[in-house]
Design a protein around this ligand. Structure first.
Ligand code: ARG
Length: 470
């Protein structure tokens, strides 16, 4: 009887680890409907790593003999090799990667494989696996963000003297350095790294020992498991440990913000590379042509990044919605947590990688930017501030300058093209030295406080960033 059950549990008859209380076999539709190996197979290395640590903990608690532990660990390592070499074969009866590995272990080492799961549930097991996986992925993502920052700083440095029109409401507003504009993205990405780091810190807690929901009967040293897996702490509540997915939501939220930043820059590159702007040329190798219009060179890469941003937001909403009505503790709904998070990681990673390469190759059209910055009345604020230095209250200075701007527009000239007499017609406080104020360079370099666009400030920030990001 026990013999037969044991054999059944090896999986060789196609039965399941949990089928003891069932009269009927699982319907094939249910098998297909519930299985998650397509998604969770990517957790195989973490699953095996976690199982080895669990096994050692069970040994330390005296639940496994030394020789049993050694055999199980050896079996797990050879399964890892099978995965690494692409030789692992899943079966239709494998519900998820955890069951597949246990099934294979039993094939390799016999009934002893059935002891691995002592004192553990897939609920705490999967909670551990995702944490281990995300911990690594968040580190990789942070590195990717940093490489992208480096590409932006390099582009800023290579074009550090070039002015451009700065915009508000997509209307030309005041001159800024092109480098200053790019460095704005570097600051956003710095905060993104902070968020990825925060998410990592909060998820870095060891859940094994929570069992299915209540904890475990075995006298295990959870701190020992945590040390083996390099966790600084263990979870404090078993119900929370098996049902908490905050860390996945946080990860998806942090990735949504990264993607939003990539999307904003994408939008700018799309606009800047248009015939209307021509501020930059995107590298040919990163653009595509039209099947019908031979002259077209389309910015598909930034467009697709902008386009995929919605998908990442969708993943965040998906997770929040999945969790909002769930009673404690584990519910099978939670199996749906992985596809959105895995896709968010893959998509944001790929977007960061390709944007880094694109920014390394983007050509900045200095002449076009220079010309753009000289038109459009960008120096009007400089005239108003000049009047302030002559004792005119800013509100009056604003009004006077507005009238000067209108006169300039009507005669199709820039402010600096007007004569001193004309200007004095608007205010007798205006002197000859006004013309020194009405230059793009002066306008930029007077913004010399911390955070301003003055050349000296921007070059200083480039240096600081180069040091911080190296
Ligand atoms: N595959 C499941 C998941 O990813 C883990 C299995 C837990 N299943 C269960 N019936 N308790 O969430």
């Amino acid at each position: 009887m026990i013999e037969r059950r044991e054999r059944g549990r090896t999986g060789s008859t196609g039965t399941k680890a949990w089928d003891g209380r069932f009269r009927e076999k699982t319907h094939r539709l249910v098998e297909a409907f519930t299985m998650s190996v397509e998604t969770d197979r990517r957790l195989y290395a973490q699953d095996i790593q976690g199982s080895i640590a669990h096994c050692k903990t069970m040994r330390k608690a005296g639940v496994l003999k030394a020789v049993e532990m050694a055999t199980i660990v050896r079996g797990l390592e050879s399964i890892k090799q099978e995965f690494n070499r692409g030789r692992f074969r899943f079966r239709p009866t494998d519900e998820d990667v955890h069951m597949a590995i246990e099934r294979r272990l039993t094939e390799l080492i016999g009934p002893l494989g059935g002891k691995l799961h002592t004192g553990r549930s897939r609920n705490d097991q999967v909670a551990l696996d995702i944490r281990l996986y995300l911990r690594d992925q968040l580190d990789v993502l942070r590195t990717r963000v940093q490489e992208f920052q480096r590409a932006l700083v390099a582009c800023a440095k290579a074009n550090r003297a070039v002015p451009m029109p700065g915009y508000t409401h997509l209307q030309r507003a005041q001159p800024v350095l092109f480098a200053h504009h790019l460095l704005a993205y570097v600051e956003m990405l710095e905060r993104d790294k902070g968020r990825l780091c925060d998410a990592r810190t909060r998820l870095n807690v060891m859940p094994l020992g929570s069992g299915a929901l209540a904890g475990t009967n075995y006298p295990i040293d959870r701190g020992y498991t945590a040390r083996l897996l390099d966790f600084p702490a263990v979870t404090a509540n078993s119900l929370d440990a098996v049902s908490d997915r905050d860390f996945m939501i946080e990860t998806a939220a942090a990735l949504s913000i990264v993607m939003m930043h990539l999307s904003r820059l994408s939008e700018e590159l799309i606009v800047w590379s248009s015939q209307e702007f021509r501020f930059v040329d995107l590298p040919d190798g990163f653009c595509t042509g039209s099947s019908m219009m031979p002259q077209k060179k389309n910015p598909d890469v930034p467009e697709l990044i902008r386009g995929r941003t919605g998908r990442i937001y969708g993943h965040l909403m998906n997770l929040l919605t999945t969790l909002k009505g769930l009673p404690l503790s584990y519910n099978r709904d939670l199996q749906e947590d992985k596809p959105p998070v895995f896709d968010a990681i893959d998509t944001v990673s790929a977007a960061l990688e390709i944007m880094t390469e694109l920014m390394r190759r983007v050509k900045v059209n200095h002449a076009v930017l220079q010309q753009a910055v000289e038109g459009g009345g960008l120096l009007a604020t400089e005239l108003a501030d000049y009047l302030v230095t002559r004792g005119v209250p800013f509100r009056d200075a604003h009004g006077i300058t507005g009238r000067v701007v209108r006169a300039a527009l009507e005669s199709k000239r820039e402010l600096a093209d007007m004569s001193l007499e004309e200007l004095r017609g608007f205010s007798d406080r205006i002197q000859k030295d006004v013309f020194a104020q009405l230059t793009v360079e002066g306008a930029i370099n007077r913004k010399a406080q911390v955070g301003g666009t003055a050349r000296r400030r921007v070059e200083q920030r480039i240096k600081e960033l180069e040091r911080a990001l190296s």
